[in-house]
Design a protein around this ligand. Structure first.
Ligand SMILES: Cc1cc2nc3c(=O)[nH]c(=O)nc-3n(C[C@H](O)[C@H](O)[C@H](O)COP(=O)(O)OP(=O)(O)OC[C@H]3O[C@@H](n4cnc5c(N)ncnc54)[C@H](O)[C@@H]3O)c2cc1C
Length: 446
């Protein structure tokens, strides 16, 4: 007897045993798949890089990995249309061939473009909202198996019109996305400076860093007062050649050091503070000039769990102070850094964790734990801190919130829930997890 397929996410924290994993080869086959579900539900899994169970299902799953990769820049070079399963790495490479680039990106490029957009994936920089803010059109196969193109033209109003505001960040619940169209820019290079800076100094200068640099972020090493600060700006200077030796140093040695740190922390959790101090001591001063996509993407060989919350900008300092106090008081075995990034507030997607007034920004704070290390207590306590400061969870990362909690955090949550209900009344694209985060208990609606 054939065994049912098994699926797991990148971090290994989410596992599923779907009835089957369908592999449609084009939008027509996706439509046939949806029409043939006969009462079953469907979730699309892409690169599986979400830490939350958002892609998983024990019913029917699908992958778009067998669809041909399509990357078609518009003749005016202002947008690109890409097949949904294209990875950000593939997209970057094809864009570079045409002298184009994404405006901004997160810190890895293994996600698919549809997967990244579906969860509100973001980079850092005051001028940039999450990646979905650059989405101008999307093709999806809806719950009836019909293929439609949503681009905000016609009678829609606002940031591309209501249909697009719902579809930009939809957690895969409005249909299977088969193509996306994104705004792009001429290719550019980034000059990046990485340095070791004291936490107090970074916080004192943060507003300047954010205003003066295209991209600014930092990693704080718990149990220490040290951070790794990363500042990046567009430059006309030629890219600096990277020698094989330097690549080995950057990728292999850095990953090896983190891997070794993980082995020690897993075996001796009590040594986590010492591990964090060692990692802090190893932060080197590094300057690079690279094509933007190479500057954004890091290579992560070591697996971990991650929780990330979007916070009002003025909550950053009290949140970091509270995290420091928590980790110290409870002697939590935390050996991986806390990552801090800035994202321009946007009103382009109803479920955007960066939702906020134009011209403002949100600070995103992410906490990490090596795979295999206990993290529940740390994440739960940290989540209470994030929540008490008006935080909204990243949809693709660990959180414990349900619809009753989430609806109070998103001014347009009810609009999204109504649009989802209208377009998929039978819950074809819902899993029990998604029903929990999107369906408030009736008495608390409104
Ligand atoms: C090492 C690492 C680094 C990361 N760095 C960042 C970062 O810098 N910034 C950030 O914001 N996030 C980051 N993330 C999170 C990551 O970007 C998101 O979780 C993203 O959703 C993962 O994309 P994926 O292709 O793996 O999608 P999956 O995790 O497989 O799926 C995510 C969601 O998209 C839906 N989906 C995927 N394809 C389709 C489709 N074609 N149609 C409809 N729905 C679809 C799925 O059903 C699911 O709901 C990181 C994650 C990891 C593991």
């Amino acid at each position: 007897m054939a065994h049912p397929p098994r699926w797991r996410n990148w971090s290994g924290s989410v596992r599923a045993t779907p009835q089957r994993i369908a592999r449609p080869r084009d939008a027509g086959e996706v439509a046939d798949l949806v029409r043939g579900l006969a009462g079953r539900t469907l979730r699309v899994a892409a690169s599986g890089h979400s830490f939350s169970p958002i892609a998983a299902s024990d019913d029917v799953m699908a992958t778009l990995a067998d669809m041909p990769t399509l990357v078609e820049p518009a003749p005016d070079g202002r947008t690109v249309t890409a097949s949904a399963g294209t990875t950000i790495r593939q997209l970057n490479a094809r864009l570079a061939d045409h002298g184009l680039a994404l405006r901004n990106a997160g810190d890895i490029d293994h996600q698919t473009i549809a997967g990244a957009l579906a969860t509100g994936t973001h980079g850092t920089g005051l001028a940039f909202g999450p990646m979905h803010a650059d989405l101008v059109g999307v093709e999806l196969v809806d719950a009836r198996g019909e293929i439609s193109w949503i681009d905000g033209t016609g009678t829609d109003e606002g940031a591309g019109g209501p249909a697009l505001e719902a579809a930009r960040l939809a957690l895969g619940t409005l249909g299977v996305v088969t193509r996306v169209r994104l705004a792009v820019v001429p290719a550019y290079r980034l000059a990046t400076h990485v340095s070791r800076v004291l936490l107090d100094d970074v916080l004192t200068d943060l507003d300047h860093h954010l205003r003066d640099h295209r991209h600014a972020e930092f990693y704080w090493l718990p149990h220490t007062r040290w951070t790794q600060l990363k500042l990046a700006d567009a430059t006309d200077e030629p890219a600096l050649p990277t020698s094989a030796m330097q690549r080995i140093n950057d990728v292999v040695l850095e990953n090896a050091a983190i891997w070794a740190a993980g082995q020690v922390a897993r075996t001796f959790p009590g040594a986590s503070a010492a591990v964090s101090r060692l990692l802090a001591r190893g932060i080197a001063d590094v300057q690079s000039r690279l094509p933007s996509h190479a500057a954004f993407a890091s290579t992560r060989w070591v697996r971990f769990q991650e929780m990330e919350y979007s916070l009002p900008a003025d909550a950053l300092v009290p949140v970091l102070e509270a995290l420091d106090a928590l980790i110290t008081a409870e002697r939590l075995p935390v050996a991986l850094p806390v990552e801090v990034r800035a994202v321009a507030a946007d009103r382009t997607a109803w479920l955007s964790p960066a939702w906020g007034p134009e011209g403002s920004h949100r600070m995103y704070v992410a906490i990490h734990a090596f795979r295999g290390m206990p993290y529940t207590r740390y994440f739960r306590r940290a989540e209470a801190i994030f929540r008490s400061h008006g935080g909204r969870p990243h949809w693709g990362k660990v959180h414990t919130l349900a619809a009753d909690d989430l609806q109070g955090l998103y001014p347009r949550f009810a609009d999204f829930a109504a649009e989802r209900e209208r377009s998929d009344p039978d819950g074809v694209f819902l899993s029990p997890y998604l029903a929990r985060i999107l369906s408030p208990t009736p008495s608390r609606c409104g």
